[in-house]
Design a protein around this ligand. Structure first.
Ligand SMILES: Cc1cc2nc3c(=O)[nH]c(=O)nc-3n(C[C@H](O)[C@H](O)[C@H](O)COP(=O)(O)O)c2cc1C
Length: 157
């Protein structure tokens, strides 16, 4: 089973969760690849369509685990633009997670993960798990542990 962890991370938070996910999957005997979405320019106001320095292909993966920060109560425009240019995700198992900074999930995390899931499902992916990590919370490590567990449990479902 080929697993791709594909993340956009501007300041490293989302990437660090992805690294823990990779580690956990490795400990479970899998060999996931961690790939980064990198826009051509670091422009917070850029809108899709967007140019990329790195836009990983999803060909050949059975499982795709996507991660992104919340920007302005929404999925980061970079992840939105990346997903938009992907081919259909039919037949793939999908997990998605977000990291965010504001103190409550209802300040962006919940609606963003709903949006993330919807975009992946519209592309034909089967979304089996989601996760939200509140970076400013005392419960951050717990959020990360739950997210890693939920997403890594997709394999084998
Ligand atoms: C342009 C911009 C908009 C943001 N908007 C939100 C927001 O609406 N809600 C929130 O909780 N955090 C918001 N944040 C904080 C990021 O979601 C948070 O710091 C995230 O963990 C960053 O992930 P990264 O280090 O992987 O880039 C915003 C950050 C940026 C740069």
């Amino acid at each position: 089973m080929k697993i791709g962890i594909i993340v956009f991370s501007r300041t490293g938070n989302t990437l660090s969760v992805a690294e823990k996910l990779k580690e956990e999957l490795g400990a479970k005997g899998h060999d996931p690849e961690l790939l980064r979405v990198i826009p051509a320019r670091d422009d917070l106001k850029a809108k899709p369509p967007m140019e990329f320095k790195s836009a990983p292909t999803v060909d050949g993966y059975d499982v795709l685990l996507f991660g992104s920060p919340v920007w302005g109560f929404q999925l980061s425009t970079v992840m939105q633009a990346y997903l938009e240019q992907l081919p259909p995700l039919e037949g793939k198992k999908v997990g998605c997670f977000v990291t965010h900074m504001f103190p409550f999930a209802w300040l962006g995390g919940n609606s963003t993960i709903k949006q993330f899931k919807q975009i992946c499902e519209t592309k034909g992916g089967k979304v089996l798990a989601t996760g939200i990590v509140n970076w400013s919370s005392k419960g951050r490590e717990k959020d990360i542990a739950i997210t890693v567990e939920k997403l890594s449990n997709i394999i084998g479902t």
